[in-house]
Design a protein around this ligand. Structure first.
Ligand code: C2E
Ligand code: MG
Ligand code: MG
Ligand code: MG
Length: 280
């Protein structure tokens, strides 16, 4: 295997590697075609507050591949990142979420919703990123105050001043920011405090066993405390059981997202999710 042969050795005849390169290339070509043919769509997952009211939704991308069926973003986002296709995909998602926001304005029980959109590192660091977000807002007529962008810690490792500049420019328009998968990255506390963030999102890996594993409980406790002292809101992702919700709530976390409250669904189905919430 190339790996065992060492970093400086090229191995042209590794059948596994060849297969994975081929797969990657066909995925890339399929993605390009998929964008043209409208095979991508968004699903939305509720985020609830301490009173279990839905105050926001996270937009998550899905791909309806003609041969493979629904492909999950874990499979194609990394390929989109490395090929640069993420720029087109990310822009599509931003517009889609903004368009949806405007549509929800006409539905009384959905009009208050904020939508959270995931932004990948390459997308964020593109020189036109700020303009592209403003363009999506402008062209759809969406309210920037209802748009939240989810960034990951890895994205912040680069030029901190540039990151702050971009965030500040968008915040001036009312856009807010959440730090996704928090706790899994490498952000130092020193610059966490410099970033104009609004929310920390506790990664689901800490939530999974928060009730039974003392070290996970210690981490969530620390994150919640840190968020509070930095003046940020905090949300836990991957909440599947009432016991997890109750435990985190006791620690002071007041916003939650996870299968306990609803799976990601198409916009058309979101009204039904709300209906079940309000009749419970
Ligand atoms: P993420 O942003 O951390 O999103 C949360 C993931 O956890 C989603 O997976 C969601 O479906 C899943 N999830 C939600 N509740 C639960 C739960 O209770 N239990 C478990 N086990 N999982 C839960 P999904 O939709 O497959 O997305 C995976 C990742 O792909 C996302 O992680 C995000 O990093 C990325 N992604 C998704 N959509 C986009 C997009 O439009 N743009 C970019 N750049 N990345 C995206
Ligand atoms: Mg996210
Ligand atoms: Mg996350
Ligand atoms: Mg995650």
């Amino acid at each position: 295997k190339a790996k065992q042969a060492g970093r400086n050795t090229l191995c042209f005849f590794d059948p596994d590697l060849q297969a994975s390169v081929a797969r990657r290339m066909s995925l890339e070509a399929d993605m390009r075609a998929g964008l043209r043919k409208n095979q991508f769509f968004a699903v939305y997952q509720p985020q609830v507050n301490h009173e279990q009211q839905v105050f926001a939704v996270e937009a998550l991308i899905r791909w309806n591949h003609p041969a493979r069926g629904i492909v999950s973003p874990g499979e194609f986002i990394p390929v989109a990142e490395s090929s640069g296709l993420i720029l087109a995909l990310g822009q599509w998602m931003l517009r889609e979420a903004c368009r949806q926001l405007v549509e929800w304005q006409r539905v009384p029980e959905l009009a208050h919703l904020t939508v959270a959109v995931n932004v990948s590192a390459r997308q964020f660091h593109h020189p036109d990123f700020v303009e592209q977000v403003l363009l999506a807002l402008d062209e759809t007529g969406a309210d920037p105050k209802k748009l939240k962008l989810e960034l990951t810690e890895s994205l912040l490792l680069d030029d901190v001043e540039a990151v702050i500049g971009r965030m500040t420019a968008l915040k001036a328009h009312g856009v807010s920011f959440s730090l996704d998968d928090f706790g899994t990255g490498y952000s130092s506390l020193a610059y966490l405090k410099k970033l104009p963030l609004d929310q920390l999102k506790i990664d689901q890996s800490f939530v999974r066993e928060v009730v039974s594993a003392a070290n996970d409980a210690a981490i969530t406790h620390a994150i919640i405390g840190m968020a509070k002292s930095l003046g940020l809101s905090v949300i836990a992702e991957g909440v599947e059981e009432e016991a997890q919700r109750a435990y985190l709530a006791k620690q002071g976390c007041h916003a939650f997202q996870g299968y306990l409250f609803g799976r990601p669904v198409r916009a058309e189905e979101l009204r039904e999710v709300f209906a079940t919430f309000f009749t419970d």
